[in-house]
Design a protein around this ligand. Structure first.
Ligand SMILES: [Zn+2]
Length: 82
């Protein structure tokens, strides 16, 4: 009789372990496929990575560049124009 209870408890523990493992797997796949807004872009001036959603974007010479701040954007424009 006790053996059945032990097996049941083990099954419940196994169920919870598997459930948490699947939940962890789910969040990992979400991290692997970030939304375009959360995608990390590199600042060409200071080499810092910033999320696309909060980055300062500037279109220079028909190409879009992402910067961590407006200061880096102006520095880059100054470098481009000479
Ligand atoms: Zn920067």
């Amino acid at each position: 009789m006790y053996r059945i209870i032990i097996i049941l408890i083990l099954l419940i523990i196994l169920y919870f372990l598997l459930r948490s493992a699947f939940r962890e797997f789910g969040t990992r796949t979400q991290e692997r496929l970030p939304k375009p807004k959360d995608q990390m872009v590199q600042d060409p001036v200071c080499r810092v990575f910033v999320p696309r959603g909060s980055a300062v974007t500037e279109v220079i010479g028909g190409q879009t560049y992402c910067f961590c701040s407006q200061g880096c954007a102006t520095t880059f424009q100054r470098q481009m124009t000479g």
